[in-house]
Ligand binder design. Structure first.
Ligand code: GDP
Ligand code: IMO
Ligand code: MG
Length: 438
């Protein structure tokens, strides 16, 4: 059974959604296995743009079953809005299954996120998406205050909410003082009971569904969210999200053993972006960064925040590529970098006078590193209509080849614009890219 993963290797927004949409028709199942409505995946086909937060980007393909696996934290109101939006755009959503094991985001999680995000850690705010993600994962791990989707259909649901709201109101006052509005249990029970009814037809034990599917030889595409540098254990802690967003999170979040995974496609931009706080060694908080932001339309899909922009960081991506087990790279935004007069790649860092190529663990060290760059003359070519890689200017090909060499993984896709059609597959067809030929 072929299992292929699409994993962002930077700080998110690498255009994972675009790649998943391209690959989905080749797979029986597309599985989203982590994160929540902090994610924003934009898919463009012709005149239509789809913005997805919780629903896998395989939903555009009616033949593929889309699974939201146990590792996701689900805001039921958000997914209902998303489902309604897709239906209004003429899509079927009958091919969606949501695990009864997903943890549910409640208003207390969003209230906690708002209060805690205002506090600084190591001199900076994390700059979360304020979607309640961290507090929901904290309650999942803590267990006492957690509610899973399946719990919403059980007789003791209302009583669980009442007892949690009592405790949470005390906690919120403890964190936020007079700023915190008390939560009303009965209103939450009514609201969430409505959500439970609206979602019932999608809810399933997806773990058994997928284990049966692999036994039957079905193919699964695992859709990453966030990026590997935001991984809770391996990213730029504490400026990370609250789940394992690198390749190591696939099995845990989906419930499918690692032995079923045989291809990992690492998605990267031809430069770097980051939203929110935290160290970003190659950041260009200057005209170069502004140019990348405008040319790449680098504004968040979820929060609309301007993304911080900078040069491609091969130290960081080599690390996340190894961590994620990437066997191929998908290099996005080549049209954007092709409009920059002079481009840079960070090939190493200097830390305390020493040249290093291993990505440091500590956020404070990462703040202190000085990037060592290679500089290339730009190629000033409009690539947005290019469909054949042979037509790329040599300088652009050299840039692609240098990234592959530094990361140590071949580039198998080059993207030259947001549209599905603006994608150049360098393997022998999409089936080979999908990992389905082996
Ligand atoms: P994701 O979170 O990784 O799925 O990425 P996002 O959807 O948040 O951000 C990627 C953005 O870049 C989206 O607006 C895409 O439509 C757009 N995009 C994808 N590939 C390309 C590309 O090759 N060139 C340009 N200019 N935009 C792209
Ligand atoms: P996609 O799937 C970019 C960032 C936030 C913040 C940090 C923690 O679209 O690539 P959280 O709300 O998760 O507690 O915020 O993580 N972040 C993302 N940045 N793309 C994302 O998702 C992100 N999801 C979370 O900006 O810095
Ligand atoms: Mg995004």
């Amino acid at each position: 059974m072929p299992g292929t993963c699409v994993i962002g290797l930077q700080w998110g927004d690498e255009a994972k959604g675009k790649l998943v949409d391209l690959l989905a028709p080749n797979f029986d199942i597309v599985c989203r296995f982590l994160g929540g409505s902090n994610a924003g995946h934009t898919v463009v086909t012709g005149d239509t743009t789809y913005k997805l937060h919780l629903i896998p980007s395989g939903i555009l393909n009616a033949e593929t079953t889309n699974v939201i696996a146990p590792g996701v934290v689900l805001n039921p109101g958000t997914i209902i809005d998303e489902l309604n939006g897709l239906t209004a755009q003429g899509l079927t959503t009958d091919n969606l299954l949501i695990s009864e094991r997903v943890h549910v985001v409640f208003p207390w999680h969003i209230a906690e996120d708002k209060l805690l995000n205002a506090k600084k850690i190591k001199g900076e705010s994390i700059g979360t998406t304020l979607r309640g993600i961290g507090p929901c994962y904290r309650d999942k791990v803590g267990r006492s205050f957690a509610i899973r989707l399946g719990d919403m259909y059980r007789d003791d649901f209302a009583d669980r909410v009442r007892s949690i709201v009592e405790a949470k109101n005390a906690i919120l006052i403890g964190i936020g003082g007079d700023d915190s509005e008390p939560l009303e249990a009965e209103a939450i029970i009514a609201e969430y009971s409505g959500y439970a009814a609206a979602l019932k037809s999608y809810v399933r034990d997806t773990t058994h569904f997928m284990l049966d599917a692999v036994d039957d030889g079905c193919s699964i595409l695992f859709e990453g969210a966030q990026g590997a540098l935001l991984d809770i254990d391996h990213g730029t802690f504490p400026f990370v999200t609250s789940s394992n967003s690198s390749g190591v999170g696939v099995s845990g979040g989906s419930g499918i053993p690692a032995r079923h995974i045989n291809k990992v496609i690492g998605v990267i931009k031809a430069y770097s972006t980051r939203v929110g706080g935290g160290p970003f060694p190659t950041e260009q908080d200057n005209e170069d960064g502004q140019r990348l932001r405008e040319l790449g339309n680098e504004y968040g899909t979820t929060t609309g925040r301007p993304r911080r922009c900078g040069w491609f960081d091969a130290v960081a991506v080599r690390y996340t590529s190894r961590l994620s087990g990437a066997t191929a790279l998908s290099l996005m935004m080549m049209d954007v970098i092709s409009q920059i007069p002079e481009v840079k790649i960070c090939v190493a860092y200097e830390l305390d006078g020493e040249r290093i190529t291993n990505f440091p663990c500590d956020a404070d060290d990462l703040r202190r590193v000085k990037p060592i760059y290679e500089t290339y003359a730009g190629w000033d070519t409009d690539l947005t209509n290019t469909t054949n890689y042979d037509e790329f200017p040599q300088a652009a090909k050299d840039y692609v080849a240098r990234i592959a060499e530094l990361v140590g993984v071949p580039v198998e896709v080059v993207s030259v614009g947001p549209d599905r059609a603006q994608t150049i597959v360098l393997t022998d067809g999409v089936t080979a890219l999908a990992g389905l030929n082996s």
